[in-house]
Design a protein around this ligand. Structure first.
Ligand code: AMP
Ligand code: MG
Length: 338
């Protein structure tokens, strides 16, 4: 039976889900500053911890069952909190079952392949959770906002002309459908940040030495394209939120709340899969019983060997004592040297 906690989480998560087929206008439809009125920041840590615990528990079962894989796609503009979200939400899970892949500006080799190639190479296996820190959606976001990036992809004329974005949406939906049909759950999370909050976070990156490494002037220049990005995000959400791979828009102006949302969505996804430890069938049980008997017999043999060795040691010691006695007698008989 699915976990009862899943129903509780569902109510809380449902408003964040982009209904498949709906037309999204980001600024109008989603508030980046939203936080559930019933939640206080001081209670946030405990709720996040509960989510982390659920994830850890279910991830162990996912790995043991080895049937389903989970792909989490994280998209956002700079400073929306992708890295911190991954760090906090995944803090309790076994690192062996999770792989985080970050996608940067593509290499020459990557540009020499189809645009989904590099993402396909980093897909999770069965039993694994794969996290894409940026994802194949960059191909309809940054590449759309900066047409010169599309030009670098060496596409034949017909593949980069009119209708290229509608076609990419379709191709991405088809690809995800294929993965979903073959045992891979896909969860897509868009961290929705306001322009003002990004400005404040950039300022912090400039002002605090330990945050400088996260900042480049190019990041700030991207703000000139803010409206283009909002339009590209709206297009992505309208066209690629599907029953088999829905988008969730995470309000990201409050980091603590964003993390709770992400952890709840992942926890519920795993609860829906409801992975089980493999059931032991009769043949396997017989196998296990045989192994147990062998292991126990090994202990008996080892005990026997220890007894034999002890007896042998006693025999040797007795011989040695005899030898010593003889030597002492010889020495006594010989008397003092003259
Ligand atoms: P970051 O994740 O902040 O380290 O930055 C990675 C950079 O790579 C961002 O500026 C992205 O826009 C850029 N990027 C990611 N994927 C692509 C892509 N397919 N084509 C061009 N740029 C990309
Ligand atoms: Mg960056």
């Amino acid at each position: 039976m699915p976990d009862a906690r899943a129903r509780v989480l569902a109510q809380f998560i449902e408003p964040l889900r982009v209904k498949p087929g709906s037309k999204v206008k980001l600024a109008k439809d989603f508030d980046s500053g939203y936080k559930a009125s019933f939640l206080k920041k001081k209670d946030g840590a405990a709720i996040l911890q509960a989510g982390v615990d659920v994830l850890a528990e279910y991830q162990g079962r996912l790995a043991a069952q080895d049937t389903w894989g989970v792909l989490v796609c994280l998209q956002a503009l700079d400073a929306a909190g992708k890295d911190g979200t991954i760090r906090h939400v995944m803090s309790g899970v076994n690192p062996q079952g999770v792989r985080v892949s970050s996608f940067k500006v593509p290499s020459a080799e990557e540009l020499d392949h189809d645009y989904l190639w590099r993402y396909a190479r980093r897909l999770p296996g069965r039993g694994e959770i794969g996290i894409f820190n940026r994802s194949h959606y960059e191909e309809v976001l940054v590449v759309r906002v900066h047409p010169e990036l599309l030009a670098r992809q060496q596409l034949p004329a017909a593949a980069r002309g009119k209708g290229v974005w509608a076609r990419r949406y379709q191709e991405i939906n088809d690809w995800e459908r294929f993965l979903a049909d073959n045992g891979f759950k896909i969860v897509k999370l868009f961290l929705n940040l306001s322009k003002e909050e990004q400005r404040i976070r950039f300022l912090r990156r400039v002002d605090l030495p330990e945050k400088n490494w996260k900042f480049s002037a190019a990041d700030a220049r991207e703000r000139n394209y803010w409206d283009d990005y909002q339009a590209a995000f709206s297009g992505m959400l309208s066209n690629t939120s599907t029953e088999w791979a829905p988008w969730y828009v995470i309000p990201a102006d409050h980091k603590w709340f964003a993390r709770i949302c992400v952890s709840s969505i992942l926890a519920r996804t795993l609860m829906e899969i409801d992975p089980r430890y493999p059931v032991v069938d009769q043949a396997r049980r017989a196998d296990l019983a045989e192994t147990r008997a062998l292991l126990e017999a090994e202990a008996v043999l080892a005990a026997k060997a220890r007894l034999e060795q002890a007896a042998e040691e006693t025999r040797q010691a007795r011989k040695q004592r005899k030898r010593m006695k003889k030597v002492r007698a010889e020495l006594a008989g010989a008397g003092p040297a003259r």
